[in-house]
Design a protein around this ligand. Structure first.
Ligand code: HEM
Length: 148
């Protein structure tokens, strides 16, 4: 009888905890996808546009982009980031390794571009967690771009 009463007390304590902490017995909502957090393809296109302005103003890397077809770069980088973030896009640009092969890109240049991408995401109110997730998704491309 005593054991029964104890169990009953524990049961009501649990019910009370669930009610007061807002704990849900149903499964939690899945995390918003990175693609959604970036604002879908339109949001990513805005980020890439702002990135382009930052590149033009950045003495560390703007020389490398002289003569670049801006429209093509914008479309291809937007598709690439859209695909990498889980969006319904397919990158149809050139092979990353071949494309960056003759540029002898330094770590300083790579970091400069990354810095500008972070700034462009900031300008578009992308939450810090989502910024980091996109940067993480770009890590596998590093050896191709740096040609290691
Ligand atoms: C996170 C790092 C980077 C990513 C994800 C990236 C990605 C890309 C993409 C998707 C394109 C367009 C490909 C195409 O149009 O076929 C591109 C082109 C280009 N990238 Fe990168 N890139 C990165 C870093 C860099 C760095 C650090 C530099 C030099 C400072 C650089 C220089 C260029 C140039 C000059 C082009 C245009 C080439 C042309 O149109 O002839 N990239 N990159």
């Amino acid at each position: 009888m005593l054991a029964h009463a104890t169990h009953l007390r524990l049961f009501w304590a649990l019910v009370l905890t669930v009610l007061t902490t807002g704990c849900q017995l149903s499964p939690a909502q899945p995390d918003q996808s990175l693609y959604q957090q970036l604002g879908q393809r339109a949001g990513i296109a805005n980020i890439v546009e702002d990135l382009l302005y930052l590149i033009v103003d950045d003495e560390r890397i703007n020389q490398a982009f002289k003569g670049t077809d801006v429209k093509q770069f914008h479309r291809n980088l937007t598709d690439q980031l859209c695909e990498l973030s889980g969006g319904p896009c397919t990158y149809t640009g050139r092979d990353m390794r071949k494309l960056h092969a003759d540029m002898a890109i330094t770590d300083t240049q790579f970091n400069a571009l990354t810095e500008n991408l972070i700034l462009a995401m900031e300008q578009n109110q992308v939450p810090t967690g989502a910024q980091n997730r996109l940067l993480k998704a770009l890590i596998p491309l590093y050896p191709d771009i740096r040609h290691l």
